[in-house]
Design a protein around this ligand. Structure first.
Ligand code: NAG
Ligand code: NAG
Ligand code: NAG
Ligand code: NAG
Ligand code: NAG
Ligand code: NAG
Ligand code: NAG
Ligand code: NAG
Ligand code: NAG
Ligand code: NAG
Ligand code: NAG
Length: 378
């Protein structure tokens, strides 16, 4: 018996090595081997505030652990999401940040590799695990940094949330904790967002948002959820500044400067888009754009917007700049145009009022004069 076992193990091992070299299609054969090799996982989870520590173990013998490289494949997916996360780990645990998710499905399998060749020796079946957190009553949390020092966060309260909850938020940045300065409330007086200003952001240091849902009725501590943001990735830039238009021969050249930013202001970080009336939006990396026209167009407006692209992944475009109008031969700023329009309107209005008043005034004066004359007569 003692000498039979090693032989059979060897046979099985060599079979497995061959098999994995080719493919894993031999599913039925694999099962037998798994049984014979007695790989069995156990999964459990412990909650630590908003983090869940998912742990697992197996019944590999000490000898096997010493002899082979042991790796684990972890696949997990939060409830109501579509993206699976897959990781190959050597540790027997994984910290999962729940954020605003109400749980996840996970599965783990163990793989043994030969130490020298790194060939797969054997692997276990998947062991599945479901973690269900207490109900989360908020969703669609999003935060944005704008105008250098302003910070907005908004969220929705789910319809199934109890009537007595209220939501509080604070954030930690560079080691300090700040409470929300001004809550945005919905019609039912629930906090659904927060506006903060005069914040000095360290672009590369995380902002850790803490959202706490408290039940006002029973005065419990409430449940806290956390989400971390890298400031630069949620910055909405102001529109480009100092936009000017010049006419060169038969082309228009638009110039601009990047807006101020909390992060890197290197030229190559910015991506611009130029929009000229009735034309396709174009992407531009330079601080100017030359637009040739063949037929002089009557009038068109140019606008520019910007975001960070190369240095940092940021999806948020700035607003479009105020349109700069391009006429045949000269350019007129819309501000000037509307200002002059307003001025003339005000002027006209004033004139009318003045005329009216004056007319009535004259009337009053004449009647007064008549009265005076009448009085003098007496
Ligand atoms: C590992 O677990 C499986 C399933 O529970 C069991 O059949 C096998 O005997 C165990 N092996 C060892 C070495 O404990
Ligand atoms: C939670 O995690 C913190 C930090 O890692 C640790 O100090 C604490 O002991 C953990 N608590 C529990 C209950 O595991
Ligand atoms: C989210 O997932 C959970 C668990 O899979 C399910 O019970 C629930 O109905 C889902 N909710 C929505 C809104 O899809
Ligand atoms: C909020 O999130 C839910 C589910 O996550 C989604 O179905 C819905 O469209 C989102 N609403 C908004 C306004 O983004
Ligand atoms: C942007 O910030 C500047 C300086 O902090 C302030 O004067 C200006 O009003 C802000 N603009 C907006 C639209 O909030
Ligand atoms: C931030 O919130 C304020 C007040 O709710 C709103 O006026 C402003 O448009 C928001 N800014 C951004 C960039 O979302
Ligand atoms: C998050 O905020 C809640 C409510 O203010 C607080 O009780 C909790 O300790 C905060 N969490 C952290 C990690 O600071
Ligand atoms: C407070 O009420 C909520 C639901 O209304 C319940 O889930 C929670 O356990 C209660 N907490 C305490 C400390 O009683
Ligand atoms: C923008 O224009 C103003 C006024 O013409 C000037 O003072 C400022 O230096 C310009 N800014 C940049 C970045 O060129
Ligand atoms: C205008 O066009 C002429 C000839 O096509 C060229 O020589 C000249 O350099 C151009 N001027 C500018 C400012 O581009
Ligand atoms: C312009 O850049 C954006 C952002 O990178 C990209 O999604 C879009 O496809 C680009 N458009 C063109 C016409 O290249």
């Amino acid at each position: 018996m003692a000498c039979v076992t090693p032989i059979s193990v060897l046979l099985i091992l060599s079979f497995f090595q061959c098999k994995t070299l080719f493919s894993t299609i031999l599913a039925s054969g694999q099962e037998d081997i798994k049984d014979a090799l007695r790989l069995h996982n156990i999964l459990w989870a412990t909650k630590n505030d908003s983090r869940v520590i998912l742990s697992w173990s197996n019944n590999l013998t000490k000898e096997e652990t010493r002899k082979y490289t042991v790796k684990y494949i972890l696949i997990y997916k939060f409830f109501n999401t579509t993206k699976e996360k897959k990781e190959r780990l050597e540790e027997k645990e994984k910290i999962i940040h729940l954020k605003l998710h109400s749980g996840f499905n996970a599965k783990v399998k163990t793989q043994l590799f030969a130490k020298e060749t790194e060939d797969i020796i054997k692997e276990s079946d998947w062991t599945e695990f479901t973690y269900k957190a207490p109900a989360v009553y908020i969703q669609n949390l999003s935060c944005i940094i704008y105008n250098i020092s302003f910070f907005n966060c908004t969220w929705n309260i789910k319809a199934e949330a109890p009537e007595d909850i209220q939501i509080f938020t604070s954030y930690r940045h560079v080691g300090k904790v700040f409470a929300c300065q001004k809550y945005i409330k919905n019609a039912r007086k629930k906090n659904i967002g927060c506006n903060m200003r005069e914040i000095h952001f360290q672009p590369s240091r995380k902002i850790n948002l803490n959202i706490t849902v408290r039940n006002l009725k029973n005065g419990s501590r409430g449940l806290s959820y956390y989400k971390a943001f890298t400031p630069q990735t949620i910055e909405k830039l102001n529109p480009p500044i100092n936009i000017s238009v010049s006419l060169e021969n038969r082309s228009i050249k638009i110039h601009w400067k990047p807006p101020p930013t909390i992060g890197s202001a290197r030229k190559k970080c910015f991506l611009y888009q130029v929009k000229i009336t009735d034309h396709k939006i174009v992407n531009v990396t330079a601080e100017n754009y030359k637009y040739s026209f063949h037929k002089p167009e009557k009038k068109c407006a140019a606008q520019v917007r910007v975001k960070k692209e190369i240095c940092i992944a940021n999806k948020i475009w700035s607003e479009w700049s105020e349109p700069v109008f391009i006429h045949d031969e000269k350019t007129v700023d819309i501000l000037l145009l509307s200002l002059s329009l307003l001025c003339s309107l005000v002027f006209l209005g004033g004139l009318m009022i003045y005329a009216c008043r004056r007319y009535r005034c004259l009337e009053v004066i004449t009647t007064n004069k008549n009265k005076k004359r009448y009085a003098q007569h007496l």
